[in-house]
Design a protein around this ligand. Structure first.
Ligand code: TYD
Length: 215
């Protein structure tokens, strides 16, 4: 693969989407148009699956059914969008990827981590990001911020669920410190400086220079 694959992770309301947009803008200033996608979704099939997963109509979903639906959306997105873009040498930015399933369905729902790993591997075909940001957030603050426009099915989970998700992300970062960078809470500007600093060397590998201050 000749491109670079960067993912953004974290609890609800952690500010991933803002940071991903800032990185996309820095890339554009550097003359590189990134491919930006989000999970669940990013394809026609994935967006339909997203409606089932996050819409209000499917409160009866079991944890295993939920696992397979997130994985189905990911399998489609990986095959249809992410792999072809990376093969073409593009920079791909993804708002959530397989680590979300480990954190939410594995740690949050308590599904067997071996099962989650196997399902993730099947969905990604073994593709792993070159760099993953985990933006830390205090669950109460994050869920309150994310639910402001009306909570989705995941945001309506109890706070203990979101605490387990946070612990899950900490474990993921500890297990793969090279790939996964845990970024402490801070102002949008402070977090962005850290994101830019960490992304710069990974992008340099394919000759893309955003500068360590992202400018
Ligand atoms: P979204 O509206 O995209 O929220 P966010 O801005 O927080 O990413 O909703 C995605 C929700 O789905 C979020 O609560 C996390 C959850 N999720 C999982 O539980 N497992 C997964 O594999 C993915 C990709 C997301």
């Amino acid at each position: 693969m000749s491109g670079v694959f960067i993912t953004f992770e974290g609890g609800d309301g952690a500010g991933k989407t803002t940071q991903m947009r800032l990185l996309a803008e820095a890339l554009l200033r550097a003359g590189v148009e990134p491919v930006t996608v989000r999970e669940p979704g990013g394809t026609l099939t994935g967006e339909s699956i997203r409606e089932i997963l996050l819409g209000p109509a499917h409160d009866e979903l079991t944890a295993v059914a939920e696992l397979f639906l997130f994985a189905a959306s990911r399998a489609q997105l990986t095959a249809q969008v992410i792999r072809p873009a990376l093969e073409a040498g593009r920079v791909v930015l993804c708002d959530r990827y397989a680590d979300s399933t480990t954190a939410y369905q594995g740690y949050g729902r308590g599904l067997d981590l071996g099962l989650v790993r196997a399902v993730n591997d099947a969905a990604t075909g073994g593709l792993a990001p070159d760099l993953t940001f985990v933006l830390d957030v205090e669950p109460r603050e994050g869920v309150a911020a994310a639910s402001a426009s009306g909570p989705d099915r995941m945001e309506r989970q109890e706070i203990a669920f979101h605490e387990r998700v946070r612990d899950g992300y900490a474990a993921i970062a500890a297990a793969e410190p090279e790939r996964v960078r845990l970024v402490a809470r801070g102002s949008v500007d402070d977090v962005w400086r850290e994101v830019a600093r960490l992304a710069a060397p990974v992008l340099e590998r394919i000759g893309v220079r955003i500068g360590e201050d992202g400018r």
